[in-house]
Design a protein around this ligand. Structure first.
Ligand code: 5AD
Length: 461
């Protein structure tokens, strides 16, 4: 997989998503795997638990409760969680009182195999059951039978009225939509997260005002097919425009839009407001009509190309990234060539590139045999990664000599004499610290001097 610093799917559970609220109480550690929506859900669980007096554990060892917030979208993500759970068994052996819970998408998808492969798990909680978490934790403590399972999906649950405990920083996530109605044949999300529903705009706007007042500078609106958002007579463009008018939010992002849900009005709204970033993550999945049809994506290659054309007409400097699956059942060499052609012609700034893995419950698992040999998948993936690396490098190097406005994130991970930040169009940028102080969230002009395929490198203008 093409895992980069930009990868929105690369949460690896290495930090406690439960922030320290400084009150005494049972100590919780929440590890997050998978997408940004899972990060937002972990913050929501943190909020629900801190209301009940739970506090953040400083380490796994001192935790009373460990929650693993899981991802089921690809096989690899699931295997990683099973590996993690068997590792955590050691802590349960040391502390029999410890409650180990699995939350999120694997809860619905794998409740049976979790109980078989990790029978020491105490609690399995699906994405629509987080309000019941405090009660479930009490029950799990008193319960003799393992594990306690609550994976009921609820088509009305949007967690409005709750206060997530947000990760401190400059950037916040807000889920504006839950679930998915698209039923792409490869995808497990409709089964793990249930039907699509929007969060009421009043609730979203209240959260946006709250984060702006608390000093967050950037917000990312989240939904599985975020641009299909509706609430009474509000559509996604209306929601974006209302958020763009809030003082203090310098950068507004959203992910992921679905190709057939684009309206011209959304692109015009993006063009109209400076603080809506010129970056779109637009999953194509394949460049071949036959594959797109078997995936049930509901668009053709031509329609996708036309959409890219319209995007670039209305917002000429729009940066774009995509998701591609190689080795979908029945993908021929010609189909794969069409995906390479799509990548060469569209020239995405980044690509998140995956090998198909069959997910139980999906239409493909029930009716389209996973017939592409592993070696073919591996070869197609590595060739595609190499192509995208070349394109990304050319695009990034094309910025050399330009001045980019960068929002400071903080010290560069590799070198503390340097700062890192992102451009409006989401490119990671590294530059030497100037002789005055720059804080996270500050905007600074950087002249780009060199570039790799993932990073711009420069100096303050
Ligand atoms: N196999 C491989 N990749 C998948 N994705 C979703 N389901 C699968 C699967 N079964 C990829 C898609 C999606 C991204 C989130 O994960 O590209 O856009």
């Amino acid at each position: 997989m093409n895992e980069t610093q930009q990868d929105p799917y690369a949460n690896n559970g290495d930090v406690n998503a439960m922030p320290n609220v400084g009150r005494p109480g049972k100590r919780v550690f929440i590890e997050t795997y998978g997408c940004q929506m899972n990060l937002a859900d972990s913050e929501l669980m943190g909020g629900i638990l801190s209301q009940e007096g739970y506090t953040a554990a400083q380490s796994l060892e001192e935790s009373d409760v460990i929650l693993i917030n899981t991802c089921a979208v690809r096989e690899k993500a699931e295997e990683r969680v099973f590996g993690r759970l068997s590792h955590l068994l050691r802590l349960k052996n040391e502390n029999p009182e410890l409650i180990l819970g699995v939350t999120g998408c694997m809860a619905n998808h794998l409740k049976e195999s979790i109980t078989k492969r990790a029978p020491y798990v105490d609690l399995v909680v699906g994405p629509d059951a987080y309000r019941r978490l405090p009660g479930l934790l009490v029950d799990a403590q008193n319960e003799e039978v393992d594990p306690l399972i609550d994976v009921k999906l609820d088509k009305r649950e949007v967690y409005d009225g709750l206060k997530p405990v947000r990760t401190p920083g400059i950037s916040a996530w807000i889920s504006v939509q839950r679930g998915c109605d698209k039923f792409c044949t490869f995808c497990v999300v409709p089964f793990t997260r249930g039907r699509e529903r929007g969060v009421p705009p009043e609730d979203i706007l209240a959260q946006c005002h709250d984060i702006a007042e608390r000093g967050y500078k950037e917000v990312t609106l989240l939904g599985q097919t975020v641009n299909s958002y509706v609430w009474e007579d509000w559509d996604f463009a209306d929601l974006l425009a209302a958020i763009a008018k809030i003082d203090g939010l310098d950068r507004i992002r959203f992910t992921s839009p679905y190709p057939t849900d684009f309206k011209t009005k959304l692109l015009e709204t993006m063009a109209e407001y400076d603080n809506i970033c010129n970056y779109l993550h637009l999953p194509a999945q394949s460049g071949s009509d036959d594959v797109l049809e078997r995936m049930k994506r509901m668009y053709t290659r031509q329609q996708f190309d036309d959409l890219v054309g319209e995007i670039r007409t209305i917002v000429p400097d729009m940066a774009m990234s995509t998701d591609i699956i190689v080795g979908f059942p029945g993908e021929t060499d010609e189909d794969y060539e069409k995906t390479l052609d799509l990548m060469r012609k569209t020239r995405f700034d980044f690509g998140y590139l995956f090998k198909y893995s069959e997910r139980s419950l999906t239409a493909a698992a029930r009716g389209i045999p996973d017939d592409i040999p592993e070696e073919v998948k591996v070869e197609r993936l590595s060739k595609l990664i190499a192509l995208q690396e070349d394109i990304s490098r050319e695009i990034f190097q094309g910025r050399v000599g330009t001045t980019q406005q960068v929002m400071v994130i903080g010290d560069s991970r590799r070198d503390d004499t340097q700062l890192c930040g992102r451009t409006d169009d989401f490119k990671m940028t590294v530059f030497d610290k100037p002789d005055y102080e720059l804080k996270p969230g500050d905007l600074v002009d950087v002249v780009v001097e060199t570039a790799t395929s993932h990073t711009l490198i420069g100096r303050v203008a």
